[in-house]
Design a protein around this ligand. Structure first.
Ligand SMILES: *Cc1c(COP(=O)(O)O)cnc(C)c1O
Length: 425
């Protein structure tokens, strides 16, 4: 069987799903901090990477390793490292490559938490330059001799712009730089960035991979293809002997274990359950998002709707080419004013008012007053966030119910509370 498994088959049979020790059909929760071995010598070998095995859960754990292998298979990576959160994944993935004095180039329309992180890294001498859209043309102006990493999202959260991964990867490779892609919103269901030329994938598996919003977690997957030039990445030099595993070997043997950013076995287990239905959930959620976005567009009830599946979307042609016929499950709308946005959100019956995305249930958020509350107005605009923007993470409910609910919420009267009109009016 030389042919690669198709997506839904790989969700169920890819990587190391079962448990050789017991025959359990899914790797059980190995809720143990440390692992005992028969001799001091065996433990020494494990510590020196000369024998396989587990020593301490901060470094690795069988339940976590099973989740990592399944994800590496889905993202077409040579290896994957699971982390305690998506932010731990972004932090470790970038910091594995930079030192004080280095620069990162990032898309201005990335997740607000990542913008916060990049700002906080400035105290450590790592600066980030933002470009409105990551394109070869924009990069040609932004790359300097200090650049070490280019960072972007497959589908920007919440702007929903689409990254041209093959074009950007070709350009950055020509400049001797790696491309890190945050694949949280697209998920490997829509797109495998490593397959399209990216070098490292990060994602918040708290979202679609988990699918039920029951654990925070993240992932770093490595294509194993980038050759880390010694002059530019001196800290990677000792790991070059690991060949395609150089990046992951450095991560596992240095910063990842230093920061203690390990995923708990329990959360890895929950993610492994969620993972198996990713294809079915995404199929349904993307179809719902498409229908809802189409309905918004013709309803006359919103000022603007943004969804890569709409022909009117700037990234539509690229999304069509890159994502194989579906467009993700995130939609944003503009409602005319912040007050109206708040009113619409409050009137929704099904959608949960929460700050995450990627649950089976529909979720809504007013990004400007929440995940972008620490950003300047200019940064928020560049990320596609306006005072009247509502971000919708479309779930797998019956679409008829979702449309009816948004319709009543959008048609509803604004509350007159606070305007003096609620007394007998
Ligand atoms: C949520 C999110 C993150 C951060 O992940 P956590 O699991 O919340 O730490 C990073 N990137 C994107 C695109 C996200 O949506």
């Amino acid at each position: 069987m030389s042919e690669r498994m198709r997506f839904n088959t790989a969700l169920l049979h890819g990587g190391n799903r079962s448990d050789a020790a017991t025959g359990a059909t899914m790797t059980p929760i190995y809720q143990s901090s440390a692992f005992e071995h028969g001799s001091a010598e065996k433990l020494a070998q494990i510590f020196h990477n000369t024998a396989p095995g587990f020593s301490y859960t901060r470094i690795n754990n069988p339940t976590v390793a099973s989740f990592e292998q399944r994800m590496a298979e889905l993202e077409h990576g040579v290896a994957a490292v699971a982390t305690a959160s998506g932010m731990a994944a972004v932090f470790n993935a970038v910091m594995n490559l930079v030192r004080s004095g280095d620069e990162v180039i990032a898309s201005a329309s990335i997740y607000g938490g990542t913008i916060d992180l990049f700002r906080d890294l400035e105290s450590y001498g790592i600066t980030t330059r933002y470009v409105t859209e990551v394109t070869p043309e924009a990069l040609a102006e932004a790359v300097t001799e200090k650049t070490r990493v280019v960072f972007a999202e497959t589908i920007g959260n919440p702007k929903l712009n689409v990254l041209d991964i093959p074009a950007v990867a070709a350009y950055v490779h020509g400049r001797g730089l790696p491309l890190i892609v945050d694949n949280t919103v697209a998920t490997p269901y829509l797109c495998r960035p490593l397959e399209l030329g990216a070098d490292i994938v990060v994602e918040s598996t708290s979202k679609y991979i988990n699918g039920s919003g029951n654990s925070i977690s993240g992932l770093i997957a490595d294509s194993g293809r980038f050759s880390w030039e010694e002059a530019r990445y001196p800290d990677l030099a000792p790991y070059r002997r690991f060949g395609p595993m150089a990046y992951t070997a450095k991560l596992r043997n240095a910063l990842f274990r230093d920061t203690g950013a390990c995923l708990s076995p329990f959360n890895a287990y929950l993610n492994s359950i969620g993972l198996e239905t990713l294809g079915l959930r995404m199929e349904r959620a993307c179809d719902n998002a498409m229908a809802l976005a189409g309905w918004f567009e013709t309803s006359g009830l919103v000022d603007a709707v943004s969804y890569p599946g709409l022909e009117s979307a700037p990234g539509h042609a690229l999304a069509q080419k890159q994502f194989g016929g579906r467009y993700g499950a995130m939609v944003t709308i503009r409602t005319g004013s912040r007050e109206r946005a708040f009113g619409v959100i409050d009137r929704l019956r099904y959608a949960l008012k929460v700050s995450n995305i990627g649950d089976s249930k529909t979720l809504v958020l007013h990004p400007e007053s929440t995940i972008f509350c620490h950003e300047s107005e200019e940064d928020a605009r560049r990320a596609g966030v306006y005072p009247d923007t509502i971000r919708i993470s479309v779930g797998i409910e019956d679409i008829e119910d979702l449309i009816l609910d948004f319709e009543q919420a959008l048609r509803g009267k604004e509350s007159t509370y606070g305007r003096g009109g609620f007394c007998g009016a």
